[in-house]
Design a protein around this ligand. Structure first.
Ligand code: SF4
Ligand code: FES
Length: 212
């Protein structure tokens, strides 16, 4: 991926973040390596001498398009502007899988700092990575369940204030879809006026302080 960017060939990424360990989860970055049986995820593929790589041909485009269409069928991407641009760029059909099961969860509003709306979560794992060895070493969040039921969770699904979370905001900063969002921004979207928002989050913080 870095080699291709070096020569100006744009390889799209979703799960990759320049400050996180690349882990090849989303597969939007696949490229075709001549002679290889399957497409290679560019964010983890190593270059070698004589390698011939197609960063955007019909096979690569079809694969990226299908990934976008599947994501769109299951997750609310309305606040993921970069993915929406990719949808247009790869001519992804937003109705390709109309019967696909939607991943729908209640918004988790359990602390004064940020909300978690996992209906918008694409499981890119960036938040888990920055909460762990890639930045904070806090380990408040991780994966829960398996397969289609996989989701980002706290241990035993405890509310965030009862975990090791220190509310550093790193996870909110790297989330590409609005699944993690500052509480104040979310309250404004809900129609609260700025002074009500200040009042509401201040009260909650005071309550939390008293509790501690
Ligand atoms: S909450 Fe955001 S950062 Fe975390 S896995 Fe989901 S989309 Fe990625
Ligand atoms: S960006 Fe490479 S697999 Fe997600």
């Amino acid at each position: 991926m870095k080699a291709s960017r070096h020569i100006g060939a744009n390889v799209p990424t979703i799960c990759y973040h320049e400050h996180c360990t690349a882990n090849a989860l989303c597969r939007i970055c696949v490229v075709e390596v001549e002679g290889a049986r399957v497409l290679a995820p560019a964010c983890v593929a190593q270059v070698s001498a004589g390698m011939k790589v197609h960063t955007r041909n019909e096979r690569v485009e079809r694969s990226r398009r299908t990934i976008l269409e599947m994501l769109n069928s299951a997750v609310d991407l309305s606040q993921a502007p970069e993915i929406q641009v990719m949808m247009g760029d790869y001519r992804a059909d937003s109705n390709r899988f109309p019967d696909g099961a939607r991943r729908e969860f209640e918004v988790k509003d359990d602390n004064p700092m940020y909300i978690r709306d996992y209906s918008k979560c694409i499981l890119c794992w960036r938040c888990v990575q920055v909460c762990a060895e890639d930045a904070q070493y806090t380990y408040a969040i991780n994966f829960g369940k398996r397969g289609f039921e996989s989701h980002i969770a706290t241990f035993f699904d405890k509310p965030m204030p009862e975990t090791t979370c220190v509310f550093c905001g790193q996870c909110v900063g790297v989330c590409p879809t609005g699944a993690l969002k500052p509480k104040r921004e979310w309250l404004l979207e809900q129609g609260y006026m700025p002074d009500e928002v200040m009042e509401k989050t201040r009260d909650e913080r005071r309550r939390k302080k008293r509790k501690n």
